[in-house]
Design a protein around this ligand. Structure first.
Ligand SMILES: [Zn+2]
Length: 107
């Protein structure tokens, strides 16, 4: 499994910048309708991790995140296993409510 190496930082910096530009081109309602996508905050956080050399490691278990996953989702702070575990722990109802509130609806 290939993993992130510091020499790849310039490439990931470019990739994150292009994702940020894509985010800016889309409206906030687009973000709410595509909750699986990276948000601007997540991309900014990824840029900080890149600068701090924490990028490419899972924030939960410290395992290296696969290169394939990082290319698909450069903003992800978690490895695939921790991400799945986090999603399973979060009840669907909470996710639905979060999405609802993001759209600006007050229950
Ligand atoms: Zn992990």
């Amino acid at each position: 499994m290939s993993t992130y190496e510091p020499r790849l930082a310039p490439l990931f910096s470019q990739l994150i910048a292009s994702r940020e530009a894509a985010c800016q081109a889309q409206s906030d309602s687009y973000d709410a309708q595509h909750p699986g996508r990276e948000t601007r905050e997540q991309l900014q956080e990824a840029r900080r991790r890149l600068a701090d050399q924490r990028f490419g490691r899972c924030e939960t278990c410290q395992a290296p995140i696969s290169l394939r996953r990082l290319i698909t989702l450069p903003a992800t702070p978690y490895c695939a296993e921790c991400q799945t575990r986090n999603e399973l722990q979060q009840p669907l109802a909470v996710r639905r409510l979060t999405l609802h509130l993001k759209k600006g609806n007050i229950p």
